[in-house]
Design a protein around this ligand. Structure first.
Ligand SMILES: Nc1ncnc2c1ncn2[C@@H]1O[C@H](COP(=O)(O)OP(=O)(O)OP(=O)(O)O)[C@@H](O)[C@H]1O
Ligand code: SF4
Ligand SMILES: [Mg+2]
Length: 331
């Protein structure tokens, strides 16, 4: 079966002064099935938003393919691009920034319907408010009258106006309090169940993507370094970078993970500048498990040891090996 979305070797460069360039996306490939939720995690600046924006065609890819139901979006322009865009919508971190403060909620939510010439706007807006758990009285009010969580519901209603098949959520809950975060994450989960939506759920926070994702892609320096079903990733992370992210998640006192073996892995060095590309494995300057080979030989994103299909991929020469005695800076 053709996947709903198939991203093939997607590359996005930004100029960075002189001959330098930022490799914000450095050959990303993945499939997204109908109804599937892919979580994308990684530190600030690793290219997560660029991935979302490029798939949405808000940014032009340098090379590669973005196949939606078999049609490559990378080369589309004009009307065909506009039509394709209705199928993929995005929700951002700061809904207030993207909502006009002087427009009523009905206007904001209904705007995509106007742009795309869809009929029965008022009825559709009522339906959308219902879908995201807002009262009908919200329609006549202004965005500033709502709390952060409710504003995110407004933004989600607007993103759903054209009945997209894919929702790209970029740090959509990052600005919210933890209790509100889980309400909005639950809303995404409900929408996915009710509408059969596919989602790309982007966050710098692994614990945020955990419960909403079927599959998780861990991103570093413009590349996926590990992809796995969410449960498998949490049960047995393979890549040293994934292990480090995982070890930074606060554990509940008394939980199995809080006792004994799970040491915090503190990464060396800072979040990398993507204009300065190391040789070999891009992660080697910060990797606690780095060996000589890693300095000059870049690992491919290959099936994990013992795996054959592409269910679990990992880009590390020593994927899944017990690397705990190779100088991990545990604390
Ligand atoms: N329009 C642009 N022009 C030049 N460089 C850009 C542009 N957009 C992003 N970049 C660079 O591309 C890299 C990836 O940025 P991106 O915003 O995709 O990261 P991110 O993972 O979303 O980070 P964050 O977690 O902070 O949102 C960064 O080095 C950034 O500076
Ligand atoms: S290839 Fe080497 S440097 Fe890269 S993640 Fe694996 S062990 Fe670390
Ligand atoms: Mg971002």
């Amino acid at each position: 079966m053709t996947p709903l979305l198939s991203v093939v070797d997607l590359v996005k460069h930004y100029p960075a002064g002189g001959a330098r360039k930022v490799l914000a996306l450095d050959g990303i490939s993945f499939d997204l099935a109908e109804g599937e939720v892919l979580g994308v995690v990684g530190e600030s600046g690793c290219g997560k938003s660029t991935l979302g924006r490029t798939i949405m065609r808000l940014a032009r890819p340098t090379s590669g393919e973005i196949r939606f139901r078999g049609t490559d979006l990378a080369g589309l322009k004009g009307k065909t691009l506009k039509a394709a865009r209705a199928e993929i919508q995005m929700v951002f971190q700061d809904p207030f920034g993207s909502l006009n403060p002087r427009h009523s909620v009905a206007t904001i939510v209904g705007e995509p319907l106007v742009v795309h010439g869809r009929p029965d706007r008022a009825a559709r807006v009522r339906e959308l408010l219902d879908l995201v758990g807002l009262p009908q009285t919200a329609a006549a009010r202004l965005p500033h009258e709502f709390s952060g969580g409710q504003r995110q519901r407004i933004a989600i209603a607007r993103a759903l106006a054209l009945s997209p098949r894919i929702l790209v959520a970029d740090e959509a809950v990052s600005a919210l309090d933890v209790s509100i975060q889980s309400q909005i994450i639950n809303l995404f989960a409900e929408l996915r169940r009710e509408l059969g939506l596919s989602m790309i759920f982007i966050s710098h926070d692994l614990s945020v993507v955990r419960h909403v994702s079927d599959r998780i892609a861990v991103m570093y320096f413009g590349k996926f370094v590990e992809t796995a079903p969410a449960e498998d990733l949490f049960r047995a992370p393979l890549h040293p970078y994934t292990r480090a992210l995982m070890s930074a998640i606060p554990k509940l006192p008394g939980s199995a993970a809080a006792s004994g073996s799970s040491r915090r892995i503190v990464l060396k060095g800072d979040v990398p500048n993507l204009a300065f590309r190391p040789d070999g494995c891009l992660f080697h300057p910060r990797c606690y498990a780095m060996r000589d080979r890693c300095r000059h030989e870049a690992p491919e994103l290959d099936p994990a040891p013992g795996e054959t299909g592409d269910a679990r991929l990992c880009a590390c020469h020593y994927a899944g090996e017990d690397l705990s005695d190779t100088g991990a800076s545990g604390s």
